[in-house]
Write a protein of this length. Structure first.
Length: 167
């Protein structure tokens, strides 16, 4: 049994000219690439092995990250299922010159652990400790069912956790 802090990762990147669009802002695709790496590191740390990205939830960009700013990507597990793991990411920009940090976005990624034959394998269970971790843990089952419905892998009427929200 592991806790979310056991998988906690903070990855920092510097926004360089090749990372930006014509407006001097970090390109969304580059940020998503970095987020995928941070989430994979957290998931791999949790299961002590290789992982693959199974899904990425909606990513909404709240604030652009400018050229020359730092990007801090915080990733930690919110819940494990049988072979999959949900990872919550928070992204912050930091302007060293003006000395302030600002939220850029957050998202949930899902990873599947792989065995040596590249087949899904069982992952260790996750035990949330803080109130925030418990809240994210509880919401993970609803988010998972919604992902499965949207991906065509679950019928809406079979989503027990979501049914409560709509009745």
């Amino acid at each position: 049994m592991k806790t979310p802090k056991d998988s906690h990762i903070i990855m920092t990147e510097l926004v360089l000219p090749n990372d930006t669009n014509v407006h001097g802002n970090l390109m969304g695709g580059r940020l998503m690439y970095w987020m995928d790496i941070a989430a994979a590191l957290a998931a791999g740390k949790h299961c002590n092995g290789p992982v693959v990205t199974a899904s990425v939830d909606n990513i909404s960009f709240e604030s652009p990250i400018k050229l020359g700013n730092a990007v801090h990507i915080e990733a930690r597990l919110t819940r494990t299922f049988n072979t999959s793991m949900e990872v919550h990411l928070r992204v912050w920009g930091e302007d060293y010159t003006q000395q302030f940090r600002y939220k850029s976005n957050e998202a949930y990624y899902t990873f599947v652990a792989l065995d040596p034959n590249r087949k899904p394998r069982v992952v260790p269970q996750l035990s949330p400790e803080t109130e925030e971790e418990k809240k994210l843990y509880e919401g993970a089952l609803r988010r998972r069912q919604l992902r499965l419905i949207l991906g065509g892998k679950m019928k809406p009427e079979d989503a027990e956790e979501l049914r409560v929200l709509f009745h």
